[in-house]
Structures are given as structure tokens and as C-alpha cells.
Design a protein around this ligand. Structure first.
Ligand code: PEP
Ligand code: MN
Length: 306
């Protein structure tokens, strides 16, 4: 029995007739099922076999080269973000991260400095030559953030904020779409579909850990999911090992693992003084730790693709 017939039988619910017209009809139904496109039509490899390359302020994401995005969780002061930009640039980063608008679980936690922080980010970007990735949390801020940033981040909590996704679909800048903490891979790709179907084809996916029964780490970093998404979709996938683990000591091993499974880039929290950070200090590297990680990553990232 051919393997196609075995799949056919399975899809026909095991009720396949042995021979004759009933068998042909069941087989035809099964072939229709086999050929059904995935629901994430535009994001799927079937619709677009070649890998998409996203261009953010002169940096290409999805070429096979590991793109390093680094900087503090939050922009806290002009001096802090300038110092962070200088240090991550010296270590070899490609892009600068830093949150001006912070979606925090508690309303009592630091919420970001908004407009002022965007101006400091733009200045740090100019000085360092690093393009900026920063989060936008609401549709009415999209224009302002797009004026200051090269890559617009949708945070994990906003992955299914459809008003925001629809607005970003018409934004003039590429989007980094984080996976929601409880989102399946299909939900994540369907969220990307809102951007693609609305006209923004420049989309980068970001795995940042999901919520599981495990409480020893902040999240469970789904690295097998990264390899799976790379096969299901043509979009580039980057990994955030900082939120994915919540622990500074795990950032380097998780980064190396992400590179090994084929991630297109890494988004890493680096703070000039992690102990002084207003958010996520416990998962932030200091500049020296980041520089050490960079030295181990590039050769491995290249080897993973050999
Ligand atoms: C962040 O990148 O600082 C952030 C808030 O991430 P996430 O949306 O993945 O929690
Ligand atoms: Mn953070």
C-alpha cells in the first residue's frame, strides 16, 4: 500500500472502501483536504517559498546572518540610552532597543517616559548609527513612534490587539510581532496575517517565551517552535532570550541555542547598570557580559548555517 493511500485513509477517517467508486470518492475528498492552504495564507511558505528579508533602517533581517538587537528594557534617561547605544555598538550590535512606552502588568510599575524617551532614542541612534526598535502600545501613537523608530515592536500583551495590528498594517515602517504569552503558533501567524493582509509585508516574528506550568523561569522559551515557524512561514524569526528566561545567567545559553535552531536574530536586554534598572534589571546583561556573548555567538551563528 502506498504511503499516499495510507494518508488518504487516515484523512478519510479510516472509512475508506477497499475498491470501486466509494474508494475513488473518498480519495478525492482526502486530496482536497490535503491541499487546503493553511489559514495563515500570506504568512505561509506555500504562498511564498523564498525567505522574506525585512529591511529596518539599513539592517537586513532574514538573510541568514544573525542580527543582534540590544539595549535596555526601558529608556530611563538621555545619558542612560546614549551610554547603552555606545556600549552595544562597540560590542558589535546591529540595532538598538529601548522602550519608551512600557506595557506593564501592574499599573503601579514604571510605565516609560513616552515622547521624551523617543527623542532620546532617536538621538542615540544618530550618534551610534544603530537603527532603533521600540514598542508601540496604542494605535494613536503609531505615527509618532514611526517617526522616531526603524522597527515597530508589538509587545506580547498586544499580539491580539487587532486595532493596533490594523493600524500598523498601513504604517510606513516594518513591524516586530512578539508572540503572546499564551498564543499558539497558529494564533501568532494569524496575528501576522492582519499585518500582511492589511498591506505591511515587512514583518519580523519574535519568540519571547510562553506561559507553561513551569514557574522556575519567567517564561518557557519555545525554541523548537522557532524551527517550526521557520518551516511554516517565510517571515524572519528573532528570539528574545531576556523575557524568554527572565534570568541573566540563562541569556547566553538560550541565545546560543536560538542561533543553533536557525533564529534570524536576537533581541537582548542590556543595561549600563542592571542593578539600577527601572525595569527588568534581573534579566539584563551589563555591557561586558553582552560583549562576551557577542564573541561566542557570531562563529556559532555562521556554523549553524553551514
Ligand atoms: C520588552 O521587550 O521590553 C517587553 C515588554 O517584552 P514583551 O512584550 O515580550 O513582554
Ligand atoms: Mn523588558
Amino acid at each position: 500500500m502506498s504511503s499516499r493511500l495510507t494518508r488518504t485513509q487516515l484523512l478519510a477517517g479510516g472509512r475508506l472502501a477497499e475498491r470501486g467508486p466509494a474508494r475513488r470518492a473518498a480519495s478525492a475528498r482526502a486530496v482536497v483536504l490535503l491541499k487546503q492552504p493553511p489559514p495563515f495564507r500570506l504568512a505561509s511558505r506555500e504562498s511564498h517559498p523564498d525567505a522574506t528579508v525585512v529591511r529596518a533602517g539599513g539592517v537586513s533581517i532574514g538573510t541568514g546572518r544573525l542580527v543582534m538587537m540590544a539595549g535596555p528594557c526601558s529608556v530611563e534617561s538621555r545619558q542612560q540610552i546614549r551610554e547603552a547605544a555606545r556600549r552595544v555598538k562597540a560590542a558589535g550590535a546591529d540595532m538598538l532597543r529601548g522602550g519608551a512606552y512600557k506595557p506593564r502588568t501592574s499599573p503601579y510599575d514604571f510605565q516609560g517616559l513616552g515622547r521624551k524617551a523617543l527623542a532620546w532614542l532617536a538621538e542615540a541612534s544618530q550618534e551610534s548609527g544603530l537603527p532603533v526598535v521600540t514598542e508601540v502600545v496604542s494605535p494613536e501613537d503609531v505615527d509618532l513612534v514611526a517617526e522616531h523608530a526603524d522597527l515597530l515592536q508589538v509587545g506580547a500583551r498586544n499580539m491580539q490587539n487587532y486595532a493596533l495590528l490594523r493600524r500598523l498594517a498601513t504604517a510606513p515602517k516594518p513591524v516586530l510581532l512578539k508572540r503572546g504569552p499564551s498564543a499558539t503558533i497558529q494564533e501568532w501567524l494569524l496575528a501576522a496575517e492582519y499585518l500582511l493582509s492589511g498591506g505591511n509585508l515587512q514583518v519580523v516574528l519574535c519568540e519571547r517565551g510562553i506561559r507553561t506550568f513551569e514557574t522556575a523561569m519567567r517564561n518557557t522559551l519555545d525554541l523548537a517552535g522557532v524551527a517550526l515557524v521557520k518551516s511554516l512561514s517565510h517571515l524572519p524569526v528573532v528570539v528574545d532570550p531576556s523575557h524568554g528566561t527572565g534570568k541573566r545567567a540563562l541569556v547566553a545559553p538560550a541565545s546560543r541555542a536560538a542561533a543553533a535552531v536557525g533564529a534570524d536574530g536576537l533581541l537582548i536586554e542590556v543595561h549600563p547598570c542592571p542593578e539600577c534598572a527601572l525595569s527588568d534589571g534581573e534579566q539584563s546583561l551589563d555591557p561586558a557580559e553582552f560583549a562576551a556573548l557577542m564573541r561566542t555567538l557570531r562563529p556559532q551563528a555562521l556554523a549553524a548555517r553551514a
